[in-house]
Design a protein around this ligand. Structure first.
Ligand code: PLP
Length: 468
């Protein structure tokens, strides 16, 4: 467990890595910062001294603490792809399955799947909540919890969603088995096989496989590493193709890690509304921003629009709980409930009731405050290591939240071949081609940073560097 000053230092390191405090910026004054956080000045001094020792900031006499220029980091600035290829089917299942299986193999250093190491998760609190529910709610725990799912959980989710805008009711929420199922149900509610669905590019490979399993065609829209899906390219694509739905991860996208501005989120929803296209908003990383403020959601900014909002607690509480949800508008709620029922009847009851308890008692928010800083510092540390060990010409993303790093390798490197060789040496990474249906990102890889930093991880990065 990190002490308070280490948490503050980790959070600031992440904010610096994400560019929230840029080179030359003055950090908030000691007294003001201490007051704002409700901690002692000595704690803030200790945090700033730690950052100074790690080379993030420098003290200037009688003037305060300033962010230093970190010359070694080369960031990916331009969108890596040009305007849309025609809609395509999806491939690459076997490498995806190798990654997924590696995620639960303790013999492999897991930098591939975006699954947090349990050390980042509140495993004790989750275990206690599960045990309590199994003991005190025996009959409900033993029964089906039919769609839309446990009322107390839907109530808690609606309360949290309403804090980011709009007014979400518990009746709008349908509980699902993770965000992956939420995305699948949302897509099934607004498309038919062979329809065209627009996605940001690069896109999370799990989404591409859901699209493939539903026989949907994928239209890739380039995304900028800092600002998100290119709205002009999307408008152009909507003119050319009969797009039914558009799936976007506006907050801390996977793999680029950007957070779209409120203006871009509004412009995206307006564009899709004008063209009659449903937005499927995936907000699975929304609680994991490196800045203090929780970002807005498209659904919160424009609650009347045709938006199916999908999320889960897999990146925060526990992926094993498999608790996700769709927040649907009135017209689609019944359809989503029905699709949930035909898919799996109901999501397991005990995790639903335990999650409701964890949200109810404020522990979730306390945990989030801590883990955001830890993820930020894990991303900062991985960024530094990649720039130190990987060859000249390597460039990386600057995520504003979440815990994945998108790495552009020199042009001649084949990321897929690297991933295959690395797996043979006990290291799993995600090759860039999995994030595209049209063969893009051959010289990219994605690294999951939510690992405990130890000698084994450092050795794994050195092994990758040797292979490179
Ligand atoms: C952007 C995104 N959406 C959805 C999911 C799936 O989440 P869950 O584990 O809740 O099904 C992931 C998992 O990596 C993800 O990165």
């Amino acid at each position: 467990m990190e002490t308070l000053y280490q948490q503050i230092a980790a959070e600031l390191a992440g904010q610096i890595a994400a560019g929230i405090h840029g080179p030359g910026d003055r950090l908030p004054g000691l007294r003001g910062h201490a007051l704002q956080r409700g901690v002692s000045v000595a704690t803030v001094v200790a945090a700033y001294r730690k950052l100074e020792d790690e080379g993030y900031i420098e003290a200037r006499s009688r003037s305060g603490f300033y962010v230093r220029t970190r010359k070694a980091i080369q960031t990916i600035e331009a969108g890596a792809s040009s305007v849309t290829a025609p809609p395509c089917p999806v491939t690459g299942q076997s490498m995806t399955m190798a990654l997924i299986k590696a995620a639960s193999n303790p013999g492999i250093v897991q930098l591939g799947a975006a699954v947090p190491d349990p050390a980042y998760l509140p495993t004790n609190a989750v275990a206690r909540a599960l045990a309590r529910v199994a003991r005190t709610e025996r009959s409900r725990a033993a029964a089906y919890m039919m769609p839309p799912g446990a009322p107390e959980l839907r109530q808690q989710i609606a309360r949290r969603m309403s804090q980011t805008g709009g007014c979400v009711s518990a009746d709008d929420i349908v509980i699902t088995t993770g965000c992956q199922e939420a995305l699948s149900l949302a897509l099934r509610a607004c498309t038919r096989p062979h329809d065209v669905v627009a996605v940001e590019s690069p896109a999370f490979y799990g989404l591409l496989h859901v699209l493939e399993s539903l026989e949907l065609k994928v239209l890739e829209i380039p995304a900028h590493p800092r600002t998100g899906i290119a709205l002009d390219a999307l408008a152009f694509a909507l003119d050319r193709w009969p797009v039914k739905a558009c799936v976007v991860v506006p907050n801390f996208s996977n793999p680029l890690g950007y957070c779209m501005s409120d203006a871009s989120k509004r412009a995206l929803v307006e564009l899709l509304t004008q063209r009659g296209v449903t937005l499927i908003e995936d907000d699975v990383y929304g609680d994991l921003g490196f800045a203090n403020r929780r970002p807005s959601t498209c659904k919160g900014l424009m609650p009347q629009a045709d938006i199916l909002y999908c999320s889960s607690f897999s990146k925060t509480l526990s992926p094993g709980l498999r608790i996700g949800w769709v927040a649907a508008g009135e017209q689609r709620r019944e359809r989503i409930e029905y699709l949930k029922y035909v898919t799996s009847i109901a999501s397991p009851s005990v995790p639903q009731l335990a999650t409701a308890q964890l949200l109810e008692n404020g522990r979730y928010d306390r945990y989030l405050r801590e883990v955001r800083g830890r993820y930020a510092s894990a991303v900062a540390r991985m960024s530094d290591a990649v720039m130190k060990y990987f060859p000249e010409g390597t460039r990386i993303s600057q995520p504003a939240g979440g815990f994945v790093l998108w790495v552009e390798l020199p042009h001649h490197v084949d990321g897929f071949d690297l991933a295959r060789r690395a797996l043979r040496q006990g290291v799993s990474i995600a090759p860039g081609t999995l994030f595209s249906v049209s063969g893009k990102f051959g010289n990219f890889v994605r690294l999951s940073c939510a690992r405990v930093w130890d000698a084994r991880l450092e050795k794994a990065l050195l092994a990758l560097a040797r292979l490179l």
